[in-house]
Design a protein around this ligand. Structure first.
Ligand code: ZN
Length: 252
């Protein structure tokens, strides 16, 4: 049986200390096959998703992807336009077995402090409880449990500089297939750490030590994934801060 996955997302690292809001004209928007044409063979999250889907024999349906360079809080009307187009695009290609979303994790919209939580809730409501949703994230995210509660799994890059976005994209599509095959039953827990790391490269302490600790934890029975997120400091919102996100196997 060949699975059918939609791919898309809205990706922004929002600096809420910038005075000017970010308008939609600052976003590079890709629709449909433009997504495949742009990222095929590229070492980016979606490049990995494309290659993994090809290797699995799964159909990847490219929908809508918007990304801007880091800047101020996203204007509400810009976000509404983007999320509405993403949702309409997904709705147009239902039914789906799953959705792979390439997000950042530090998106803030005027009156919506948790872009990713808002977006994942909207996608979940659209696709229903049976479709699987897997999200890739930047480790500079201020990730919330509210977001995690809407999805099946989230995969953050392990390194800064971010050299493993492609690998997380490959993993995202493979995880979708494993979820649908009933091989994975994750429970996601977001543990906030009373710290924020700014520009902490992962070849140096403390980020390298926390990564090593996470990989030790991943060897424990029942632990599916354990990833360190540094948080994004230039964001004056309640969920600013570092986190550990752990996925463990649900007890039968
Ligand atoms: Zn980053």
């Amino acid at each position: 049986m060949s699975f059918r996955f939609a791919v898309g997302g809205i990706s922004h690292e929002t600096n809420t200390y910038c005075k000017e809001p970010t308008p939609i004209t600052d976003f590079k928007i890709l629709r449909g096959d433009q997504i495949l044409d742009t990222f095929k063979g590229v070492r980016f999250y979606i490049g990995g998703m494309i290659d993994a889907a090809r290797d699995l024999g799964a159909t990847l349906v490219p929908v809508y992807f918007a990304q801007a360079t880091p800047s101020g809080t996203i204007a509400l009307e810009a976000y509404n336009a983007m999320v509405n187009e993403l949702l309409a695009g997904i709705k147009a290609v239902l039914p789906l077995d799953g959705v792979a979303l390439a997000l950042h994790g530090a998106g803030v919209v005027e009156s919506i402090p948790d872009l990713e939580g808002h977006l994942c809730k909207a996608v979940r409501e659209l696709v229903g409880p049976k479709a699987k949703i897997v999200v890739t994230l930047d480790l500079h995210g201020n990730i919330t449990q509210a977001m995690a509660d809407q999805i099946d799994m989230c995969l953050g890059v392990h390194y800064y500089p971010h050299t493993d976005g492609y690998e997380r994209g490959v993993e995202a599509v493979n995880v979708l297939a494993q979820l649908l095959a009933g091989k994975l039953h994750p429970v996601i827990h977001v543990e906030r750490i009373p710290a924020i790391l700014t520009a902490a490269t992962t070849n140096l302490y403390p980020a390298n030590a926390v990564n090593e600790l996470c990989w030790e934890v991943e060897k424990r029975p029942g632990v599916l994934d354990c990833t360190f997120f540094h948080g994004f400091a230039r964001s004056d919102i309640p969920n600013t801060g570092a986190q550990i996100i752990a996925h463990s196997a649900r007890r039968p």
